[in-house]
Design a protein around this ligand. Structure first.
Ligand code: UDX
Length: 454
């Protein structure tokens, strides 16, 4: 069996490399020639722990190859004796002038792929899409398939998290297959049986499989992301209540997490969610419901609003730490990526807050272990330093915004020597407040009492 992967972003590259790791011959396709050249040379166009090793290993053996040409897909597929599975992994970003998902790359990929399909084959949608998209893809496949080709579409949403992408692909919490025929029909379609073989090793490790119709599979993905966003915003909204009542949201979250019905995952209070998925999926889901004439998901608008308000509260807390005015004061920002173990800065809360502090007059000096190049390009108005300590030189406050491990290990004692004032704002609630205070610092975090040495 052979596998192709169309679209080589975080999702596509990870999926292609993991499929090669599972033992399949894989051909990845992207229209970006520079990206394809980099990957063919065994290197990654972004940072993701563990992925670089997989890509270099499997490109070296030839099991994993990359191309910009759809014609290569036909040739690659023709050599497969046991079936071909084509995974659609293209991005579906938010449209420039609306909240809807931009499906142009997806539909263009389907239109360009379909004429190269041969015989019975499976096309698998992995991109995050609004409900109803799979049905449109089926029509496109039918309209563009050459004589003799009989493609079957299966919707198989991806749930991987950046920073954990390889692990999440090889050992996901669940696998969802959205199929055309009635789910549960016996015997299962040929396409579904083929796809079960692709994931055989993963399924054998005990990962549950849910077979549904297309619409349910599409909705599972957006519901999961919307639920996770809700969990974070809920806690960050409660953090505001904690602030005015003198309570501590971190202890509150710890106590909530012991309730198995609530669970501890995704319950870290802080500056809120960002990245290339959660914010845009939340808006697209709310917009979809509105288009369907439904008011039931109106609360998702509040989830989004709370998230943005949380970022603004982090700016206010930092201004407060600087004595109520940041004009011409130096602020060190630790972190630029939207989360640790990633160099992705899409809709990063850290950079949003850094830019807002700059806008109110502060001199903002940013350091991030991986995302410096991307941050510099996106925010040339900010200053950048080569280390966490360098960023802190002369600072009136340090703002910790992306919870990279290395920030946990910076010594507050050593930093005391270089800063202008010992103010630490912990946007992620992971620093050891007592340790910082023991060295004369004032520790602030959203939803928690201010702690200082005196
Ligand atoms: C998310 C989903 O988790 C994943 O299933 C989906 O496929 C893609 O979108 P990702 O965006 O990579 O993955 O990162 P994730 O770990 O979910 O974090 C998203 C944001 O939420 C980050 O900004 C993170 O800092 C924030 N977050 C997460 C919190 O603020 N608190 C938490 O408790 C958890």
């Amino acid at each position: 069996m052979r596998i192709t992967v169309i679209g080589l972003g975080y999702l596509g590259v990870t999926h292609a490399a993991c499929m090669a790791e599972l033992g399949f011959e894989v051909l990845g396709l992207d229209s970006d020639a520079e990206r394809v050249a980099m990957l063919s040379a065994g290197s990654l166009p972004f940072y993701e722990p563990g992925l670089s090793e997989l890509v270099s290993t499997h490109t070296a053996t030839g099991r994993l190859r990359f191309t910009t040409s759809y014609a290569d897909i036909a040739e690659f597929g023709a050599a497969a004796s046991d079936g071909v599975v084509h995974f659609l992994c293209v991005g579906t970003p938010q449209q420039a002038h609306s909240e809807d998902a931009d499906l142009s790359s997806l539909f263009s990929a389907v239109e360009r792929l379909t004429p190269h399909l041969v015989g019975r084959c499976v096309v698998v949608g992995k991109s995050t899409v609004p409900v109803g998209t799979a049905a449109d893809v089926v029509e496109l496949l039918a309209a563009h398939a050459p004589a003799g080709a009989d493609p079957e579409l299966i919707w198989n949403p991806e749930f991987l998290r950046e920073g954990n992408a390889v692990r999440d692909t090889l050992r996901p919490d669940r696998i969802v297959f959205g199929v055309r025929e009635r789910p549960g029909r016996e015997p299962e379609s040929e396409g579904l049986r083929l796809l079960r073989r692709v994931y055989a090793e993963v399924i054998a490790a005990g990962v549950p499989v849910v077979v549904t119709d297309y619409a349910t599979a599409e909705l599972v993905k957006v519901s999961a992301n919307a639920f996770l966003s809700t969990k974070i915003s809920f806690l960050n909204a409660v953090a505001e209540v904690c602030e005015v009542t003198g309570a501590d949201v971190k202890q509150l979250a710890e106590a909530l997490a012991h309730d198995r019905r609530i669970g501890g995952g995704y319950l870290s209070p802080g500056i809120g969610f960002g990245g290339g998925c959660l914010p845009k999926d939340l808006r697209a889901f709310a917009a979809t419901a509105e288009k369907l004439g439904l008011e039931s998901l109106g609360f998702l608008r509040s989830i989004d609003a709370i998230n943005l308000a949380t970022r603004r509260r982090a700016v206010s807390l930092t201004v407060e730490a600087c004595g109520g005015d940041v004009a011409d004061k130096r602020i060190a920002v630790w972190g630029a990526a939207f989360k640790p173990d990633s160099d992705d800065i899409r809709d990063s809360p850290a950079l949003w807050i850094a830019a807002a502090l700059h806008d109110v007059g502060a001199t903002v000096v940013v350091y991030d272990p991986q995302a410096m190049d991307k941050a510099r390009k996106a925010h040339p108005q900010l200053s950048y330093a080569d280390s966490a300590t360098d960023a802190a030189v002369g600072a009136h406050a340090i703002v910790h915004l992306t919870e990279w491990d290395e920030f946990r290990h910076v010594s507050p004692r050593a930093l005391s020597e270089v800063v202008h004032a010992r103010n630490i704002v912990d946007g992620r609630n992971v620093l050891d407040a007592r340790d910082w205070c023991a060295h004369g610092w004032t520790y602030r975090a959203l939803g928690r009492p201010v702690v200082s040495a005196t």
